[in-house]
Design a protein around this ligand. Structure first.
Ligand code: UDP
Length: 502
């Protein structure tokens, strides 16, 4: 961790306030990003709620322990979890996939965090140079502007998905398209030819509230100072230029993969776990992997917001069985799967060939284990980027939000994945068409295959992994983007004629 060097003439270092949404998929990358900026000498404050603070405390403490600076480069400011009637156990956001009530209450926090955020800015704005706000807090654009602070948006997704969504929101792509389930929609003006099935997209006719929310988010982000991405340039060829110049004329910095900049893999493996507590299966799972041949195990995990029907669980178990491959399968606490027992459907042979992790898995450690050769993923952007960083090809099984666009990037643009055939855009609380075990097994065999497209994907994935590490090293594109943003903020400080201490 770098010393918090004064910027010039004894001025205090830059101070950035990070304000993540409370779900793990948003909080984890923003905490990693704060660690990354702290390592470059920026003072970083993360404003969040108690349970969320407990999931990132370990990375923040480690960042401060390794600091050679006098003073604390990173701190967490805690505000109470909004009173939406959620029990403490549900405040981590891990049970939202199984309860409509929890889900809806949790989403109310987006609006209810406005007041504590505004109060924090009123008290501390003179001491802050910029706010990195989750895009979901669209109202933070106005709040930051009121205090003359630049707001930098972060949506925890790929630039590719963001550009696709932007196109869909701005050009009426559905107008000339039929309502058929299989109708194909073309997205104009992007660096690649992008076509998507209508059934895989957020459709304004079916989801007017979600559509309106995204309109608000995109409007706030367009009016902001700029946008940060947990990504790196060669991963999304042409999109940085598209964002900055061609169509959108927006400032954007690609600073990822941020998890690679947070110290050792062990350091990041437990972030996201409540109070830092990994599943009791975690250590045994890693030892189990030690005994397996290189690239012989497929890792199966669907992030924190996916819930499969019992029927789909059976088909997934059957698919793993039919694939003939070793596997590690993560089953989140609270999911339907956790209350049934997927290890016991008829003929499901976990002995030797499979290991089930219940609870919070050390995903980054598992993906980087030499025994792991493929990843069955829902294409959440964090998981996707963690697979890319580890050089692991993917079986893609998107369900919702940005996941279908991320699948397109992985399968069609980068050539490091095979789709399982998911077709319906539907949240964790809605019904999905069941994917058959045979289709799952076939995709796993293709990705894990030692010949044909399996070998080509593995080679490509390994090369991307090397490029990911290069991007965050000194002189890499993401390293340079961090430096560029810091310089812009320092220059801005001089131009508005105020120093960080007011
Ligand atoms: N994760 C983990 N262990 C688990 C489940 C999830 O470390 O058992 C982490 C995973 O590594 C990733 C994040 O949680 O960093 C999930 O984010 P993603 O965008 O992939 O999916 P989401 O949960 O937001 O749908």
């Amino acid at each position: 961790m770098a010393a918090m060097a004064p910027t010039k003439d004894g001025e205090p270092p830059l101070h950035i306030l990070f304000f993540p949404f409370l779900l793990p998929g948003h909080l984890i990358p923003m905490a990693d990003m704060a660690v990354l900026f702290a390592a470059r000498g920026v003072r970083c404050t993360v404003l969040t709620t108690p349970v969320q603070a407990s999931t990132i405390r370990s990375v923040v403490d480690r960042a401060n322990d390794s600091s050679s600076a006098a003073g604390t480069p990173m701190s967490i400011s805690v505000v109470p979890f909004p009173d939406v009637g959620l029990p403490m156990a549900a405040q981590s956001g891990r049970d939202l996939a199984t309860s409509r009530d929890y889900h809806d209450r949790f989403l109310q926090t987006v609006e209810l965090l406005r007041e504590p955020f505004c109060r924090f800015l009123s008290d501390h704005h003179a001491d802050i140079d910029a706010v990195v706000s989750d895009s979901l807090f669209h109202w933070s654009a106005h709040a930051a502007a009121e205090h003359g602070l630049p707001r930098i948006a972060f949506l925890a997704t790929s630039m590719f998905a963001r550009a696709c969504t932007d196109t869909v929101l701005r050009s009426n792509v559905f107008e000339s398209c039929s309502d058929d389930h299989g109708a194909v929609v073309s997205l104009p003006g992007l660096p690649h030819r992008v076509e998507q099935r209508r059934s895989q997209m957020m459709d304004p006719a079916k989801r007017p509230h979600e559509w309106a929310m995204f309109q608000l988010i995109h409007a706030a982000d367009r009016s902001s100072y700029g946008e940060l991405f947990n990504s790196f340039r060669v991963l999304e060829p042409g999109y940085a230029e598209h964002y900055r110049a061609t169509q959108l004329r927006r400032r954007a910095w690609l600073v990822g993969p941020v998890a690679l900049a947070s110290g050792s893999l062990e350091d990041v493996a437990s972030r996201g776990a409540v109070a830092g507590a990994l599943s009791p299966d975690a250590a045994v799972c890693l030892r189990w992997l030690d005994a397996k041949q290189a690239s012989s195990v497929v890792y199966v995990s669907f992030g924190t917001m996916t819930n499969f029907s019992p029927e789909q669980m059976r088909e997934l178990a059957r698919g793993l069985d039919l694939s003939g491959k070793n596997f590690v399968w993560v089953i989140a606490k609270g999911s339907t799967a956790a209350s049934s027992d997927p290890s016991t459907p008829d003929g499901f042979p976990t002995a030797n060939r499979g290991y089930i992790v219940r609870g919070w898995a050390p995903q980054v450690l598992i993906l980087n284990h030499p025994a792991v050769g493929g990843f069955v993923t829902h294409c959440g952007w964090n998981s996707t980027l963690e697979a890319v960083s580890a050089g692991v090809p993917m079986v893609t099984w998107p369900r919702y939000a940005d996941q279908f666009y991320n699948e397109k990037l992985v399968v069609e643009v980068l050539g490091v994945g095979v789709g399982v055939g998911a077709e319906d855009y539907a949240s964790c609380l809605e019904t999905h068409r069941v994917i058959a075990g045979e289709a799952i097994a076939e995709s796993i065999r293709r990705v894990m295959g030692e010949e044909g497209d399996g070998a080509a994907m593995r080679k490509e994935a390994k090369e991307l992994g090397v490029m990911a590490r290069g991007a965050v090293e000194k002189g890499g594109s993401s390293y340079d983007d961090v430096g560029q943003l810091m310089e812009e903020l320092i220059a801005r400080r001089s131009s508005v004629g105020c120093t960080a201490d007011g």
